[in-house]
Design a protein around this ligand. Structure first.
Ligand code: ATP
Ligand code: MG
Length: 389
C-alpha cells in the first residue's frame, strides 16, 4: 500500500482532529482494477475551514465547492468536504452545494458506480452502489437513473465514453439508451470541458471501442465540426489506435475531414501549444519526407507522426524518419554557427531588414540538406558564392 502511505497519513491527521476521511474517486477505482493510480482525492467530513486549520500549507482552490488543496511532504492532495449537490438549472454547475456528514450521501452524487467507492485507512471500502460488482462485470453503471444523472450534468455522457476508452468496460444498457436519445444535451456543456474528456478518451487503450460508441449513440452530433461531417466519426473508428495527445487527434481529424487545424482550434477552444503541434503534424503528413521536413518537425512529435502514419497506413517511411533525424547536422536554428550579427558584419553596407532572416533561413536549409558544413568560414564562402554578394 506504499502508493497510499502519504494519503493515509493526511487522512490520519484529519481523524486526529475528530473528522472522518476517505480516499475516493479514480484512485480507489484504479487501485481495485490494478491500474496505475493517478491523483489522490480525499473526501472528509471536515468543513473547508476545519481542513485549513489542520494543515500548514493549504490552497483554497474551490472553496465554494468544498475543495482545498493541501501540500503535504512535497505532494498535493485535493481534500473535499462530503457534499451533495442541489439542482442543476444551468446544466453546468449545481445551484447549491450542501455539505453533509455522511460519506454515503457524498458517494451518491458521483457519476458512475466504479467512481463511487470510498476507502479508509484500513483499506476498508464503503461501496453502497456495488461499484466492486461493476468492476467484476466490467460495466459502467450510473449512480441512480441515467436519465436524471445525464440531465443534471450532460458531461457525464462524455465521461462515460472516456471511461469506456480507458477501462474497456461496457456502458450499461440504460445509460447507452439515454445517451443516444438525449445526445444533444451535451451541447449545453462548455466545449473546454468536453475537450478535457476527449483528450483522455484519445489516449485510452480501448479508444476504438469508445469511438465506435460515439458513432453508435451519435453523440458526435453534439460536437462542433463533427456535426457538420456525418461520416467523419465513423471513418475515424475504422483505424483509430491509442493516441499520445489531443494534438494528434486534431491532426487526424483535420486530415480526414479536410477542415483546417485552425477551425478545430477555434471551435474546440484549444490551446496554442495544441495548435502548434497539430499544425506541425499536418504539415509533415502533407510533405515529402526529407532532411528539411524532418528538421522542421519538433523532435517531440516523432512518435505522434509515426502513429498517424500507421493509422493512415503509410508505414513505409518510418525507418526513413529516424535515419533523417539521426543524420541531421543541426537540430535547430540555435545550433547554426552563424547569426544575424555575422551577416550584418559581412555586409556593412546593407540596410538592416528582412534579408537577414531570409538569408539565415537559406543557410539553415543548406546546412540541413548537407549542401554546406555548419562552419562559420564555409558558410561565409557559400553565401558569397551563392548570392554573388
Ligand atoms: P482520473 O483518473 O482521470 O482523474 P477520476 O474518476 O478521478 O478520473 P475526476 O475528474 O478526477 O475523475 O473526478 C474525481 C471523482 O469525482 C470521480 O471519480 C467521480 O466520483 C467524481 N466526479 C467527477 N466529475 C463528475 C461529474 N461530472 N459528475 C459526477 N461525479 C463526478
Ligand atoms: Mg481524478
Amino acid at each position: 500500500m506504499k502508493i497510499f502511505d502519504k494519503a493515509f497519513r493526511v487522512m490520519q491527521q484529519l481523524e486526529q482532529h475528530g473528522h472522518e476521511a476517505y480516499l475516493v474517486g479514480g484512485a480507489v477505482r484504479d487501485f481495485l482494477i490494478g491500474k496505475t493510480v493517478g491523483d489522490l482525492d480525499i473526501a472528509t467530513s471536515a468543513l473547508p475551514e476545519q481542513v485549513m486549520e489542520v494543515f500548514d500549507k493549504v490552497i483554497p482552490i474551490g472553496i465554494e465547492h468544498g475543495t482545498v488543496l493541501v501540500r503535504y511532504e512535497k505532494e498535493s492532495f485535493e481534500i473535499t468536504t462530503f457534499r451533495t449537490e442541489g439542482t442543476y438549472s444551468d446544466h453546468r454547475h449545481p445551484d447549491s452545494v450542501h455539505f453533509v456528514t455522511d460519506i454515503t450521501a457524498d458517494l451518491a452524487r458521483r457519476d458512475y458506480t466504479v467512481n463511487a467507492i470510498a476507502m479508509n485507512r484500513d483499506e476498508e471500502l464503503v461501496d453502497p452502489f456495488d461499484g466492486r460488482g461493476a468492476i467484476t462485470n466490467e460495466k459502467l453503471v450510473t449512480v441512480g437513473k441515467a436519465f436524471d444523472r445525464f440531465e443534471e450534468d450532460p458531461l457525464r455522457m462524455m465521461r462515460g465514453v472516456r471511461f469506456v476508452s480507458q477501462l474497456g468496460y461496457k456502458l450499461d444498457h440504460d445509460a447507452r439508451k439515454v445517451m443516444e436519445e438525449q445526445r444533444l444535451w451535451l451541447k449545453r456543456i462548455a466545449i473546454e470541458r468536453v475537450a478535457v474528456e476527449m483528450e483522455k478518451l484519445c489516449g485510452g487503450s480501448h479508444v476504438k471501442k469508445a469511438v465506435e460508441l460515439l458513432v453508435d449513440t451519435k453523440l458526435w452530433e453534439a460536437m462542433p465540426i463533427f456535426c457538420d461531417h456525418p461520416e467523419l466519426m465513423d471513418e475515424l473508428s475504422q483505424d483509430i489506435k491509442p493516441l499520445g495527445s489531443l494534438a494528434e487527434w486534431v491532426a487526424l481529424c483535420s486530415l480526414k475531414s479536410g477542415r483546417p487545424v485552425m477551425d478545430w482550434v477555434k471551435e474546440w477552444k484549444l490551446s496554442n501549444a495544441i495548435k502548434q503541434d497539430a499544425l506541425n503534424l499536418v504539415n509533415i503528413m502533407h510533405s515529402k519526407l526529407d532532411a528539411w521536413s524532418v528538421y522542421q518537425l519538433p523532435g517531440h512529435l516523432d512518435a505522434s507522426y509515426i502513429r498517424l502514419m500507421e493509422i493512415c497506413k503509410h508505414t513505409e517511411v518510418l525507418d526513413e524518419l529516424s535515419s533523417f533525424r539521426t543524420q541531421l547536422p543541426i537540430r535547430g536554428s540555435s545550433e547554426l554557427s552563424i547569426s544575424g550579427k555575422d551577416l550584418i558584419s559581412w555586409f556593412p553596407d546593407r540596410k538592416k531588414g528582412s534579408w537577414i532572416r531570409d538569408l539565415l533561413l537559406a543557410c539553415e536549409k543548406a546546412v540541413v540538406e548537407n549542401k554546406v558544413k555548419n562552419d562559420r568560414i564555409q558558410l561565409k564562402e557559400w553565401i558569397m558564392h551563392e548570392y554573388d554578394a
